[in-house]
Every structure is written in C-alpha cells, then in structure tokens.
Design a protein around this ligand. Structure first.
Ligand code: IMP
Ligand code: MG
Length: 183
C-alpha cells in the first residue's frame, strides 16, 4: 500500500517494513553491545511501542524482565501536557536492576521526561531510552534518547504501532501525513 486514508486524512508510505526490520536489528545490536551479560528490566510503553517491543525483544541477548506500561499523552494530533504515571509501577520494579525504556516515537519528549523524572526520583538512575523514531525538531523537554532508530522531521506518522485516533497501529509500514490533502 502506497497510501492510506484514516478518518479523512491521507498518509503516504514513509518507511517500509524491510527498512523497519533492518533498523530494529541495528538497534538490537547496539543495545546488546551496551548491556553485554547484564540483566535488564525493559519497560515498553503501550500501546504505541508494543509492535516495536515484540520485534526487538527476541533479538536481545541479555536477560530481561518485561513490563508493559500505559501512559496516555496524546489525543488526535495534539500532545496533551498531562502525563499520568500509573500507580503501582514501583511495586513491579526490581531495585538495582538497570532499566531500558522502549518507546515508539519521541515527539515533544513530555512523556519520557515525566517517566524518567519519576524513576530517577525513586532511585532508578541506571536508565536508558530506545526509541524507534525520534523527532528532534519537536523536542521541548530535556531528554536524550540513548538508542534511536530513525530521526524524522516534525511530521505526524502512523503505522507499526503508532495511531491516529486509535487507528492505523496494525500497519506493517510507517506512513506520514500528506501535506496536500487531495488523496
Ligand atoms: P511526546 O510525549 O510528545 O514525546 O509524545 C510521545 C507519544 O505521543 C508517543 O509515545 C506516541 O504515542 C505519541 N506520538 C507522538 N508523535 C506521534 C506521531 O507522529 N504519530 C503517532 N503518535 C505520536
Ligand atoms: Mg507511545
């Protein structure tokens, strides 16, 4: 599929499934090198990062403890400023084990800034971030992803876990919003 329509908006193919695969493999290689034989607790953010997480997890060569975490920060095309850290997160974590956060895309950085701040305040300072996509020009909060798949412009994207109005997550490729909405 070269383009898709979701709720009246048109998106064009941006990153194909083979390119996504290669990118995930490269990231896994970098992360494996970094952690070596350590055990790591991996937090992946629902729902967007689930596909990324499912694809990269089997490639990790270190031991992992998996935690799925739902933090909602986005509705439609606009970032909400409120970030709510789910209650009970700390009870699930193991003190002293390094944390790797898997994210689908970093836009303003609001979500990860809040999460990282919360974790660091609670003693989890051994903290790394891997994001499939990163929009450096949209960044407004002071975070720095340690492992990045692809840097993109400020364009809105869907597919491979990412949604518009909860639609488009199942797409195997990543699509970006067309600038001229004439199909
Ligand atoms: P941030 O807090 O502004 O960095 O936004 C992070 C979250 O917003 C991501 O985890 C995504 O779920 C969502 N998001 C940001 N940009 C996009 C996009 O282009 N398409 C779909 N979701 C996005
Ligand atoms: Mg997300």
């Amino acid at each position: 599929m070269e383009s898709v329509e979701i709720d009246g908006l048109y998106f064009e193919k941006f990153i194909g499934s083979e390119a996504i695969n290669q990118c995930v493999q490269r990231l896994a290689g970098e992360i494996n090198l970094f952690y070596g034989r350590e055990s790591v607790q991996v937090i992946y953010l629902l729902k967007g990062a689930e596909k990324f997480s499912n694809r990269i997890q089997p490639l990790f060569q270190f031991q992992t403890e998996l935690h799925a975490l739902e933090i909602k920060t986005y509705e439609g095309l606009n970032s909400k400023n409120q970030v709510r850290i789910p209650e009970g997160l700390l009870q699930r974590l193991v003190p002293g084990l390094p944390i790797l956060i898997l994210e689908d895309i970093i836009d303003s950085g609001n979500t990860l800034f809040a999460l990282c701040q919360f974790l660091m305040e609670n003693g989890y300072t051994d903290l790394k971030i891997a994001s499939l996509l990163f929009k450096p020009r949209s960044l407004r909060f002071g975070i720095h992803p340690d492992f990045v798949g692809v840097e993109i412009g400020p364009e809105f994207v869907v597919g491979f876990g990412m949604d518009y109005n909860e639609k488009g997550r199942e797409l195997d490729c990543i699509y970006k919003l067309k600038e001229r909405q004439n199909g």
